[in-house]
Write a protein that binds this ligand. Sequence first.
Ligand SMILES: Nc1ncnc2c1ncn2[C@@H]1O[C@H](COP(=O)(O)OP(=O)(O)OP(=O)(O)O)[C@@H](O)[C@H]1O
Ligand SMILES: [Mg+2]
Length: 243
Amino acid sequence: MPVAELSGVTKRYGEVTALAGISLAIEPGELVALLGPNGAGKTTAVRILLGLAAPTTGHAAVFGRHPASRHARLRRGALLQVAKVPETLRVREHIELFSSYYQNPLPMEEVVAAAGLKGIEKRLFGDLSGGQKQRVLFALAICGNPGLLFLDEPTVGLDVESRRALWGRIRGFAARGGSVLLTTHYLDEADALAHRVVVINHGRIVAEGTPREIKARTASGGLEDAFLAIVGQDEGTAEEVMQ
Ligand SMILES: Nc1ncnc2c1ncn2[C@@H]1O[C@H](COP(=O)(O)OP(=O)(O)OP(=O)(O)O)[C@@H](O)[C@H]1O
Ligand SMILES: [Mg+2]
């Protein structure tokens, strides 16, 4: 059974069609990267799988249940694109608070080490740098010892070293059997981490495969060229349809 599944999901906001019929399954232990231009529908897909938005049509399930069910919520963690947490709590307090929601949270020291927060546990969240805040949000995503992680552009604003360190932590999570749905605009990130890449555009899946398969679509063998070709081709098709 997949750990997370969208089947035939559409999502409309008034005139805007954010998702136009998407079917996607994440298998246990799989690290899937969801790629696509701005506005393609990536965050919408993640929000539906988190139970934060309901599909207009179609069906979503996480661990076989409704995404908003307690069963699903206690088994997944999330780092959202625009996440807000109180500035006036200390790093350690945030982790303690979040851990208290879960039945089998990870030990504090493990979370601190896994998120690279050693030495800054006592700082106020509001006093942290952007990259340090991002590490706290990662800590909150993993502290409940989830089987499935949703990471929506997790490395935005991180310096090269911190990005690579976070990649290592994401890999570590997957190596322990965790499943991950990652969205990113950094194609090297998808290439480095993902078992499978799913490209969406205008709310539809336009390509899917291992990074190697996707890269094999262009002569240069680069993921960025392949991505541009896939999305460009899709734009061409969309124009033909409209004419
Ligand atoms: N709550 C909402 N109300 C109205 N429109 C929305 C809402 N949420 C998303 N949309 C629209 O749905 C489309 C898909 O947005 P979404 O945030 O899923 O894109 P994305 O692929 O995550 O883009 P980005 O790479 O910029 O994060 C966009 O056109 C967006 O404006
Ligand atoms: Mg987004």
